[in-house]
Design a protein around this ligand. Structure first.
Ligand code: ADP
Ligand code: ZN
Length: 722
């Protein structure tokens, strides 16, 4: 019999209040409850039990939503740690952990199978009769095979078919859901480096003690194979595993690789899945029915039962950091913390580990394993730096492509091999500038020049998506014929390539061509089945795909990122070049990479050329030690937003002064500045950075901050500029 009479309940909306525990009820920390507030019932989570309360007349809890605690004890501890470390309200933090169905009421999604209820002859007759209607397409599809719900058909067309009794619908059975076909693959015989890495991991797993391993393995060195075998080892020991991959790498190709290795069901976790799908996955994980989950950042909060292994692939990837809203957590750091709370083994892998993680390995906090050669028969591509100033001189004017790159592309065309062209910018022309008053045409809502998109014949804002037609005269000085386009994007590259090599088949992949849910996958499938010779794209093409017949990669302009005034910009460029270059020559064919730049002597390109991560790491580490940047301190960024620039700056200055007053010894405060994008969607943004050896020392100060305007605290910010 418990003698706790009160429960502290964190309501989903902000407040935390005490409630009385009704006689005879068993309440545990982590349970979901409904409690009275004013005249209605509100949902919340029990966060503490108490013998006494400052409010002895507290109202009783009205109803239990969950019979068990929704969070295990370690997850509960993790939530508390996270809320404190990232200075975020517990309510907001708990939202990461608690699935939406326990917050809102949703039905788990059922999956259906549709089949014909007509003979084949009848169906064919109907198709002729109603040719070209969506209904004919449904019948045609079902003539070939029965099929699950197909997104390309509208619900209303399906309903019509059902109503006319032309087709039947039944629920998909568990078995059918589990048995979607994959070619089973067998574990590969590991090479020496892989085997020694796996042995260390298995030792950790067997000890059931927390340890973090960092696998620093070049692209194609067989890191994924090590992950697969480590997961198998965890399963064999009756433990479950969580695998995180960067958002854009969560492709069907990645998922298939895992599904085809394991008999067990695998849960796929990302925000595009329906609430119902997530609920089912969550429940299956909590009950232990599913033991493997693969997902983007937020999968780290999945309630995997008896968790033994957490893998973070491409651990350096910036998509692991939540920076939009509180809690601004880092998925990789949460993984390490969760591992230590659950006595699990954590595996961080990358060809270009973050400087922070690699430094942790140097400090022996992490165990380092290096995979130094490509597995299978492939070898690393040869990287050449091309001086674009020279290339322009030779071509007698502007060109996207150096002679070397053109020759290499022609050769690929002849041999039936494929080329990737990488460019950091989408659209046709980057900016429109007035030649007489030198003004750039800007977004009326943001502090950013508008980009010209030829396909839609519009100027568009890359921050808020505002669009407008091309002006005839300069909006600032009224000058006619003074407007000029500057800079280029993927759209322009594609067009120029067609002009240069008529008949060449291209696909373009950037945010403009991937607006549909499936377009990303469709483009890759087309490219893999060789429907195009060249794939032109932004970051999207750098990750999560394996193209056996790509033997040439052209990095068209890697310089632009270097001009961003952030201490990580060199690191970002090195990582990106490594990733993109790593797409070439992954099979038997030798790969070749051309790195076009106006700064051919920049040390970062020289290091990228030799793919010398060690030298790159030492250079970065020295720089960061000298100027005191992570890993030698933590950076906390505080950003205020408001509709008036003066008020916003003033509010930020007030926050700055409040921090200054209680700044712990050893911490430094940098001045208030307008953010790199000083205005976004009509909101002005001012910010400042705190450098501190210990985040904890600032918790009290930061949690007491208040301001008339909204502000965001980003602990361990990944970007000091934007
Ligand atoms: P990474 O994840 O480091 O980029 P992968 O695990 O994708 O590398 O491996 C690259 C290729 O090498 C894959 O096709 C994989 O099947 C193959 N491979 C990995 N390990 C081995 C091995 N020990 N023997 C043979 N092939 C291997
Ligand atoms: Zn805008």
């Amino acid at each position: 019999m418990s003698d706790n009479l009160f429960a502290a309940v964190a309501l989903d909306q902000k407040l935390t209040l005490d409630y009385a525990i009704p006689e005879g009820w068993i309440i545990e920390v982590g349970m979901r409850v409904e409690v009275p507030l004013k005249s209605s019932l509100k949902k919340g989570t029990v966060i503490a039990l108490k013998k006494q309360s400052g409010f002895p007349n507290a109202k009783p809890i009205a109803r239990l939503i969950s019979e068990k605690a929704v969070l295990s004890e370690p997850l509960w501890k993790l939530a508390q740690w996270m809320s404190a470390y990232y200075c975020a309200p517990l309510q907001k933090t708990l939202k990461c952990f608690i699935p939406p169905n326990l917050r809102k009421t949703v039905k788990p999604k059922q999956e259906f199978i549709y089949s014909l209820n007509l003979t084949k002859e009848e169906a064919r007759a109907k198709i002729v009769e109603i040719r070209n209607s969506p209904i004919a397409l449904i019948l045609e599809k079902l003539l070939k095979e029965e099929s699950p719900f197909i997104p390309e058909f509208s619900r209303s067309s399906l309903q019509t078919c059902l109503k006319r009794k032309w087709i039947l619908k039944r629920e998909k059975t568990e078995l059918e859901i589990a048995e979607e076909e994959f070619f089973p693959t067998k574990p590969k015989k590991l090479n020496e480096e892989q085997a020694s890495c796996l042995a260390k991991i298995c030792q950790s797993l067997a000890s059931k003690k927390y340890a973090t391993h960092l696998i620093q393995g070049i692209t194609g060195s067989g890191k994924t194979e090590v992950y697969l075998q480590a997961i198998q080892a965890a399963l064999d020991a009756g433990q479950s595993a969580i695998m995180l991959v960067p958002e854009i790498a969560l492709t069907s190709q990645t998922i298939e690789r895992f599904r085809s290795r394991f008999q067990e069901k695998i849960a796929i976790w990302h925000h595009r899945r329906s609430l119902g799908e997530r609920t089912t996955a969550w429940e299956n994980l909590q009950s232990g029915q599913t033991q493997i989950v693969i997902g983007a950042r937020s999968a780290i909060f999945c309630p995997a039962k008896n968790l033994g292994l957490i893998i973070v692939d491409e651990e350096h990837d910036s998509s692991y950091k939540q920076s939009e809203e509180a809690p601004c957590y880092h998925g990789r750091d949460i993984a390490v913390m969760r591992g230590s709370l659950e006595n699990a083994t954590v595996l961080l892998g990358s060809a270009t580990p973050s400087i922070e993680s690699r430094y942790n390995a140097d400090l022996k906090k992490y165990t380092l394993s290096i995979l130094s050669s490509r597995a299978a028969s492939a070898s690393l591509p040869k990287i050449q730096i091309i001086d674009m100033k020279r290339a322009m001189d030779i071509s007698g004017g502007f060109t996207h492509f150096s002679q070397e790159l053109i020759t290499a592309m022609k050769e690929r065309l002849k041999n039936g091999e494929q080329t990737l062209l990488f460019l950091n910018r989408r659209g046709y022309h980057r900016l429109q500038i007035c030649n007489s008053c030198r003004n750039t045409i800007k977004c009326p809502h943001c502090d950013l020049g508008l980009t010209f998109h030829k396909a839609e014949n519009q100027l568009r804002c890359h921050l808020c998506n505002y669009g407008q037609p091309i002006p005839r005269s300069c909006p600032s000085c009224g000058g006619l014929e003074s407007l000029q386009f500057k800079g280029f994007g993927t759209e322009h590259v594609e067009r120029s390539l067609h002009a240069l090599l008529p008949g060449i088949r291209t696909l373009r992949m950037d945010r403009d061509t991937t607006t549909q849910k499936t377009s990303h996958e469709d483009l890759f499938r087309q490219f893999r089945s060789h429907k195009a010779d060249v794939l032109i794209g932004t970051q999207m093409i750098a990750k999560g795909f394996h193209f056996p017949s790509v033997t040439l990669v052209g990095v068209l302009n890697a310089d632009s990122s270097l001009s961003i005034p952030d201490f990580r910009s060199e690191e970002t460029v090195f990582q990106l070049i490594t990733q993109v270059a790593g797409r070439a020559g992954r099979a038997e064919l030798q790969g070749e990479v051309f790195l076009q730049t106006f700064l051919p002597d920049h040390p970062i390109f020289q290091l990228a050329k030799t793919q010398d991560f060690e030298a790159f790491y030492l250079r970065q580490l020295e720089e960061r030690r000298q100027f005191s940047y992570p890993p030698f301190c933590h950076l906390i960024k505080i950003t205020s937003t408001g509709s008036d620039p003066r008020d916003t700056e003033e509010a930020t200055l007030a926050l700055h002064a409040a921090v200054q007053k209680e700044l712990p010894v050893g911490s430094h405060l940098l001045p208030v500045l307008a953010a790199g994008h000083a205005k976004v969607k009509d909101q002005f943004r001012f910010q400042f950075i705190i450098k501190t050896p210990k985040v904890k020392d600032l918790h009290k100060t930061l949690s007491n901050l208040s301001s008339p305007l909204p502000f965001k605290i980003d602990v361990d910010t990944q970007n000091t500029f934007f």
